[in-house]
Design a protein around this ligand. Structure first.
Ligand code: GLN
Length: 202
């Protein structure tokens, strides 16, 4: 079987680190910069960065509707930080911000405040709903938060995989996995492996 082709949105933000993590998982990882680049993908990663800039460029470059259609049709997608924000239906206080809007959740941007712009913590991860057999007791995941968003509401179809202070920081809804931290900055490949496994399962 050939390596699944996974796109990483590369308009802005932390895309290079995701490419590296996906390649370590055995994927054919490619940078996505145009509407045409979205053709022929088996999976997609939306990186951290600045969600307002990414949303604006996606709209200006005529990629937003195509992206939304692919995800709605079941393309496995993994969003981190700003990528999570783009996926949510509701961005609290920013009703006009362009977004993909398919993850049934309300998110607050920069929710940890300026005093704690960034921090690292070990997360307890729920038995992970990967395509491969579940780990009974997953090892904690070291998570780096950088001006992170916080999920304040999740819809009924959204499974919470990890929390900080009782609030969700990792969620899944069918083919959408989204986290408010930066797994591309650590050596733990379990979340990237999910999107690669989902892509391979087709
Ligand atoms: N604060 C950024 C935003 O609102 C997200 C930060 C990040 O992706 N590290 O888009």
């Amino acid at each position: 079987m050939s390596a699944p082709r996974i796109g990483v949105l590369a308009l802005q933000g932390a895309f290079r680190e995701h490419i590296r993590s996906l390649r370590r998982c055995g994927a054919d990882a490619v940078e996505i910069r145009t509407r045409e680049d979205l053709d022929g993908l088996s999976g997609l990663v939306l990186p951290g960065g600045e969600s307002t800039v990414m949303g604006k460029l996606l709209t200006e470059w005529d990629m937003m509707d195509r992206l939304r259609g692919l995800i709605r049709d079941g393309l496995p997608v993994f969003g981190t930080c700003a990528g999570l924000i783009l996926l949510c239906t509701d961005i609290i206080g920013h009703p006009g911000q362009p977004r993909i809007g398919l993850l049934d959740a309300s998110v607050r941007r920069n929710a940890f405040g300026r005093q704690v712009d960034s921090f690292t913590t070990d997360l307890e991860l729920s038995p992970f709903p990967a395509v491969r057999p579940l780990e009974d007791r997953p090892a904690p995941m070291r998570a780096v938060f950088i001006r992170a968003p916080l999920i304040e509401r999740t819809g009924t179809g959204v499974e919470v995989l990890a929390r900080v202070n009782g609030l969700p920081v990792a969620v899944r809804q069918r083919n959408i996995l989204a986290v408010s931290f930066h797994p591309e900055l650590t050596a733990d490949l379990r979340l990237h492996q999910w999107v690669v496994d989902m892509a391979e399962a087709g």
